[in-house]
Every structure is written in C-alpha cells, then in structure tokens.
Write a protein that binds this ligand. Structure first.
Ligand code: NAD
Length: 509
C-alpha cells in the first residue's frame, strides 16, 4: 500500500502521542497502527503517559486563560482559516480515513467534508453567541444572560468517525472561547495526528496549545481526563459501556459530560411506502460504513403486507454490494475495524439463529483476495426475525439488519421505542398522518426522527444526539454550542433605591 501521502499530513513512521503546542517526547508503550484493509502496519505511535496528560492539560488550560479574552469574531477568524486548511487537505484527509478506519473513499471524503462544514458553521456562530435580556420585576433594573467561555473541553472520540467528531466539538469549542484536549481512539490515532497538525499550523505557536492531544491508554490517560478539575466538560463519543464509566466519574467531581453513545436505529416501513426509495435508503443505512455508524439502520419494522416483497428486494440489493478494498472504485462495503468486531458479528448471527431468526442473506465472512486476507470482511446480513427477538435489543457494531413484521403504526412506534437506546429513527410512508404521528409527542422517542429518508447521514446544521442509553448529549449544529459555555444571569440596578425581589421588606425600607 502506498503510504507516501502520510508525510503531507505530518505523519511519520514513528510518532509522538502527546501534543501540547508541539509534539512531545513520550515514553508510554509503542502502539502499532494497522490498516483494517489488510492488517498491514502503517506506523507506530509512542503513547502518552499520565505525566504527558498532565503537561497537555496544563498547556491547554493556560492557553484558555488567554484565548477567552479574544473577541469571539476574532476566534472565528482562526476557525475560518482552519476550515480552509481542511478544504485544501480534503482529499488527503479522506484518504487517511479510508486507510485507518476502512471507510470507502466516498465516505472518507464525506467525513472530511463534515469537518469543513462544521468549521463554516462555527465561523458564523462566532458572531451569534447570543444571550437574552429579561424584564425585571423591580423598577430601574434590568436582567440579562451572558454566555461565557467554559474552560478546557475534553474530547474522547470513537474510531468510526475519527476526524469529524473532533471537529464537531473543537470548532464549536474554539469559537466559544474554550481550549480542547483530545483523547482519540487507539484504533485511529493517525487521524488525530493529522487533524492536530493541520489546525496547529493555522493557530501558530501562540495558540497551538488550544488543541492539545493525548494518545494513550483508557485507564491512565482517559482516566486522568475524567478526574481532571481543569476539564469542566468531557464530551465523550463511543459505546454505552464507555458512557457508563465516563458519566458518573465526571459527575462525581461535578464536571459536565456530553455523551454520544450507542444507537439501535429502526426504520418503520408502512404499507403505503415507496418501496424503491425504501430499498435505497435502507441499503445505505444498513450497509454503509460496513454497519459501523452510530446511526446505522439495525432494525426494520415492516408492515406485514409488504414485508415479503421488501425483504426480497433488499436481499437482491445486499447481494449486489461489492465488498472489498475500500480504495477500489465500486466497493460499497469495506472491512470491519478489526477481528474482534467480526467475532461480535459472528456471535450476533448465531444468537439470532438460536432465537428463531432466519438469515435471508449474508451473515458469513466474505471471500476476498489474498491481499486483503489480513482484514476482517463480512457479508452484510438480513435476518428475518419475530418482533421483539432479544438480540435486536443490542447494538452489534456490524452490518446486521433484523427485519421484523408489524401490523399497524401504533405497534411499530411501540417497537421502535422498546429498545434501551434512542439515537435515530425513520418512517417511510406516503401518509402525512402517519408521518406526523411518528414525529409527535407520543411518536418516536429518539433524538433523530426522519420521514422518507434513512436513519444515517445527518447534516451538521441540526443538533445531533440521542436519548436514553445514547446518553442525552447534543453536538454539532443548532444551539448545541450552549453546552460549551457557561451561562451567567446578571441583574443591574440603575436607580437610587434597593427594592428587593418578591416585594420583600427587610429592615427600614
Ligand atoms: P469505545 O467505547 O470502545 O471507545 C470510544 C472512546 O472511548 C475511545 O477513545 C476509547 O479509548 C475511549 N474510552 C473507552 N473506555 C474509556 C474509559 N474508561 N475512560 C476514558 N476513555 C475511554 O467505542 P468505539 O468502538 O470506538 O466506537 C463505537 C461505539 O461508538 C458504538 O457504540 C457507536 O454507536 C458509538 N458512537 C456513537 C456516536 C454518537 O454520536 N452517538 C458516534 C460515533 C460512535
């Protein structure tokens, strides 16, 4: 595999795992970075230790103390230039995402585009960090709310969005006046090095510590972040298992956490749905990124009148998806991130069969060329299963689609909401009534509810996140920026007397 392009992103054969404004000499263990495409070694990273973490946190905190005083539009100007640098490096970044995370080229480029988009969004936001003015009940008084920078934002990211999730957090955090401290997944450290290098070059020596980064083990480095009083907000993206550790531990020191955790997303297909549109939306949702998106479609709740026809059409479409080298044109399904993921896939398929599910297609390891034998490739599976089959309540981070029958909309909504996760959901229907019912108060309980599109592929303009075991956090667009700031309410008296709220008389007044 040609790796020359890595140099253009500042990635070497051996890399440091701690950035405090410059890359530091680190003494943690050596991490071998392999491509999921063929298992070949790409580079090594000398990991950060707890001491390296402390140095990075200090650098980020000191940078914050200065950065918060810069007017927000000036901060936005830095972010504008970072966004432009992402634009210039889009092809290289996309290629790196493909190499290190195994996404097909189009999806790698799409992820790079998300970084550009959120930077653009953040630039506009830098002139819109509005507070409220509120009528005071007291004469000659006024009240206002002001949003102030928060501090250093700890950013923990998952392997499956190795650049975009950091960008969602850091571009907003920077315009909000915060510094950032990134702990990326150990499965995709090179993406973190590349993004840090690009942004650091724009920020220059004075401001580069704003985007500190530590690549190291969960216990020593991740744990240090969770306990760090200089990190008022930990924004953590990953499994529900991880969130169960992060949430309570950060709360224990009264820190805030923004949790973006696992999903178990359903599409409801009603009997009046456009089935051609359904097939396209479902295939992208279930098979895209080899089933490794938090918003991947994992459950299909299909009206019994159309379930046979739809399943057949889906099976035909699944079988046509080319599996293999994600760099190759035409490939739609790349590798899983590692062998452990493939084992989880095998295990879930077996469980589904044991629980009465029938594999309609796929469900086995995919045959690939000898060159790819070091990668973990699977045939995306469709499993026809009874409604409520226990395995369908779990998120298996691989391409398995459970197709289950429903008789009416109420039953479909109930089934949609029955799982512990609450990230994304969709309804495919020609009925305005059914669509609006799905979006109503007693409809889908998910953070994302779509009509006539699939569950995955969100735009950055809306707030992104989910309920229940998905963690309740919101990132990216809309007013998600508020999570990255602290709110202050001020009452100002411009009169000569001191009336008290609630009309209280105290002493002589
Ligand atoms: P993971 O939970 O294994 O790891 C995620 C990150 O958490 C990594 O950086 C990891 O090192 C870190 N981590 C794990 N334990 C930690 C601890 N004790 N202390 C500190 N850090 C710790 O998840 P993954 O396999 O990388 O990603 C897949 C999961 O992420 C799926 O469940 C997927 O649904 C979820 N995800 C959710 C969203 C979302 O926005 N809701 C987005 C992407 C991925």
């Amino acid at each position: 595999m040609k790796l020359d392009f890595l140099k253009e992103l500042g990635i070497h054969k051996d890399n440091s795992g701690a950035f405090t404004g410059t890359w530091q000499k680190t003494e943690g263990g050596a991490l071998t970075v392999r491509s999921p495409i063929d298992g070949s070694t790409i580079a090594t990273v000398q990991m950060a230790t707890a001491a390296d973490y402390a140095a990075a946190s200090k650098a980020a905190h000191e940078a914050f103390l200065r950065w918060r005083n810069l007017p927000a539009p000036q901060r936005g100007e830095f972010v504008r230039r970072i966004g432009n640098a992402f634009r210039e490096k889009k092809e290289l970044l996309g290629k790196l995402v493909t190499l290190e995370a195994g996404k097909i080229v189009q999806e790698g480029l799409g992820e790079a585009q998300e970084c550009i988009d959120i930077a653009d969004f953040a630039v506009g936001l830098s002139r819109q960090l509005y507070g409220l003015t509120i009528a005071s009940e007291r004469p000659n008084h006024h009240m206002r709310e002001t949003w102030h920078p928060l501090g250093t934002v700890g950013i923990i990211t998952a392997f499956n969005f190795p650049i975009a999730v950091w960008a969602w957090n850091s571009m907003l955090a920077l315009v909000c006046g915060d510094s950032c401290l990134w702990k990326p997944s150990l499965k995709t450290p090179l993406c973190a090095i590349a993004m840090t290098n690009i942004a650091a070059e724009v920020l220059g020596k004075e401001w580069a510590p704003l985007i500190a980064c530590v690549i190291g083990p969960d216990a020593a480095v991740g744990g240090a972040m969770l306990d760090d009083p200089h990190v008022p907000l930990v924004s953590a993206t990953g499994s529900t298992r991880m969130g169960r550790i992060v949430g309570p531990r950060v709360a224990q020191r009264f820190g805030r956490s923004l949790l973006e955790l696992g999903g178990n997303n359903a599409i409801l297909v009603m009997d009046d749905a456009d089935l051609s549109l359904a097939v396209r939306g479902i295939v992208f949702g279930a098979v895209g990124t080899a089933g490794q998106r938090c918003t991947t479609t994992r459950r299909l709740l299909v009206h019994e009148k159309v379930i046979d026809q739809l399943t057949e059409r889906l099976a035909t479409a699944f079988k046509q998806c080319k599996i293999g080298d994600p760099f190759e044109q035409g490939t739609l399904v790349g590798p899983l991130i590692d062998e452990a993921s493939a084992k989880a896939f095998d295990h879930a398929i077996q469980k589904a069969k044991d629980q009465g599910g029938k594999v309609v297609c796929g469900g086995t390891r995919a045959k690939t060329s000898a060159q790819l034998s070091g990668g973990a490739y699977v045939e995306p599976a469709i499993v026809r299963a009874p409604l409520g089959v226990p395995v369908s309540f779990e998120e298996t981070f691989a391409p398995i689609l459970y197709v289950m029958p429903i008789q009416n909309l109420d039953q479909a909504i109930e089934a949609n909401n029955a799982v512990p996760q609450g990230l994304s959901s969709s309804i495919l229907t020609g009925s305005l009534r059914a669509a609006e019912r799905f979006l109503s108060t007693s409809g889908s309980d998910c953070g994302i509810a779509n009509v006539n599109i699939g569950t995955s592929g969100a735009e950055i303009g809306g707030a992104f996140g989910g309920e229940k075991e998905t963690g309740g956090g919101r990132e990216s667009g809309s007013d998600s920026w508020k999570a990255y700031m602290r709110r202050q309410t001020s009452t100002v008296n411009y009169g000569n007397t001191l009336p008290l709220a609630q009309g209280i008389k105290f002493g002589d007044d």
